[in-house]
Design a protein around this ligand. Structure first.
Ligand code: CP
Length: 294
């Protein structure tokens, strides 16, 4: 079996084979197949989600798996049961794979040592969100025909972003150039050796402009006291979007704070791939679940 804990350490061959298998599923769409008939997959979300959770569920159902949905809010987690004990409990009932999202950093790697069934990371702390990066790379490859040589500028709350980290590792492995753009309090110093920090004007020259959700709740008392100030300094406004290269695309993992990191009018503009990214979540997660259970 194969865990998927992150994109860090995945080879170009492994990344490409997941993207290729997702292409297959997009090219030959099925409502429901019998690929994983009789296999049980548990979705274990210890943190909120809309896109990741439901696209995993759609992917599992299209593959014909039996789907178990665990929700922390109505579980014995409320009585103090730990994440480890919860996952062990589901494992002891005979699940074949687990999809897991959680807040703590580092816990997933520990769980993966102790749990025998394959675990797929659906986002852990600010560490990794590998299936998001895979669907982002899939979107870029489909649009440009390649990933190698692209310049991807990731703008916003890098420090708290697992999406930025998973994209950074995967994009570098496949030969793209990544740059970051963020105010000081949203920068991650430990990533500076892999991606330079640039001004917003430099970032607007990229082939892919990837906006991140500003987690404003985490920045009380920081440089930006309001969403308006953030938008003025780092937001993708209509005025800034007019400076993008003709071939450039706009991405955002969502959920979106409209009129904070990206203007309302841009969310569904011609250059925006935001809802396309979401639709690619299903074939990517089909490929990832198959890989885990193959
Ligand atoms: N992009 C993403 O992970 O969205 P959710 O938190 O809604 O799953």
């Amino acid at each position: 079996h194969k865990h998927l804990l992150g994109t860090k350490g995945l080879s170009a061959t492994e990344l490409t084979s997941i993207l290729d298998r997702a292409s297959y599923w997009e090219e030959y769409p099925v409502k429901v197949s019998n690929h994983l008939q009789g296999r049980f997959v548990a979705n274990m979300f210890f943190e909120n989600s809309t896109r990741t959770r439901f696209s995993f569920e759609v992917a599992e159902k299209r593959l014909g798996a039996e789907v178990l949905n665990f929700t922390a809010a109505v579980s014995s987690v409320q009585k103090g049961e730990s994440i480890y004990d919860t996952v062990r409990t589901l494992e002891s009932m005979g699940i074949d794979a687990g999809v897991i999202r959680m807040k703590p950093n580092g816990l997933l790697a520990e769980l993966a040592q102790k749990i025998k069934v394959p675990l797929i990371n659906a986002g852990d702390g600010n560490n990794e969100h590998p299936t998001q990066a895979l669907l982002d790379l899939y979107t870029m490859r489909k649009h440009f025909g390649h990933i190698s040589g692209l310049h991807v500028a990731i703008i916003g709350d890098i420090r708290h972003s697992r999406v930025a980290r998973s994209n950074l590792w995967a994009l570098r492995t496949l030969g793209a150039r990544v740059s970051f753009c963020a105010p000081a309090e949203m920068q991650a110093a430990e990533l500076a050796e892999y991606a330079p920090y640039t001004t917003i004007d430099e970032a607007l020259k990229a082939d892919v402009v990837m906006m991140l959700r500003v987690q404003l709740e985490r920045h009380e008392g920081s440089l930006f006291r309001s969403a308006e100030e953030y938008r003025a300094a780092y937001g993708l406004t209509v005025e800034r979007a007019a400076k993008l290269a003709p071939h450039a695309i706009i991405m955002h993992p969502a959920p979106v704070n409209r009129n904070v990191e990206i203007d309302d009018e841009l969310v569904e503009c011609d250059k925006s791939k935001i809802f396309t990214q979401m639709s690619h979540g299903v074939p990517i997660r089909m490929a990832v679940i198959e890989r885990a259970l193959s």
